[in-house]
Design a protein around this ligand. Structure first.
Ligand code: MG
Length: 203
């Protein structure tokens, strides 16, 4: 059997490629902190369910929805508002507790029950005088696709649906409700030299 050559082919999932430099398999759209330009960002806009939460919705006996948010995400959000960033939520769901939670973190631009997120984004941009390149929108599911295409930096948690991952320039390594929001804000503040400044030590 001398001279027999065996060729081995590896078939990778569509969304995966081999990074020659790092010798790791990488999601095609997953960008490292160095590759993702976070320096122009002045404005963080988030979907709520699946981004600020893990997507779970509990209902009490009267049918009121209850959602769990993440305290480490919360720290980063209140810090961003304190540092003067625009922070907003645009959510399709109607949930008074979303407004209460975000208000407690200093976020007053909380838009819930929004059927057309693109329209609300455009209103918000006009009101604040914002350009697309200074905005990051983090979403996780198909209702976020169109609005994400309108901003300079579409972003998503690690467990976003494939359609959202496919258009995202920043894909956090953390899932929704478990640090994706913190990851995005922390990386942005680090790139802009605003992480661990005097404002960091108080809530
Ligand atoms: Mg969502």
């Amino acid at each position: 059997m001398s001279g027999l050559r065996v060729q081995i082919y590896a078939f990778l999932p569509n969304e995966t490629e081999f990074d020659q430099k790092s010798l790791f398999l990488c999601h095609k759209n997953r960008l490292t902190m160095n590759e993702t330009d976070l320096s122009p960002i002045t404005t963080f806009i988030f979907d709520f369910d699946g981004v600020m939460t893990d997507g779970t919705v509990f209902c009490d006996f009267e049918g009121h929805p209850l959602r769990a948010t993440n305290v480490k995400d919360g720290y980063a959000i209140q810090l961003a508002t304190k540092l003067g960033y625009n922070v907003a939520v645009i959510s399709g769901a109607v949930c008074p507790s979303t407004i209460v939670r975000m208000n407690s973190l200093g976020v007053t631009d909380v838009f819930t029950g929004i059927p057309d997120k693109v329209l609300k984004l455009k209103e918000y941009m006009k009101e604040k005088g914002l350009k697309p390149e200074e905005i990051v929108f983090m979403g996780d599911d198909i209702p976020d696709l169109n609005v994400m295409k309108e901003v300079g930096l579409p972003a998503c948690p690690a467990d976003a649906v494939p359609e959202v991952k496919a258009i995202s320039k920043f894909i956090s390594e953390r899932p929704g409700g478990k640090g994706a929001v913190r990851d995005l804000i922390e990386r942005t503040l680090k790139v802009q030299g605003k992480w661990m400044t005097a404002e960091a030590y108080a809530w």
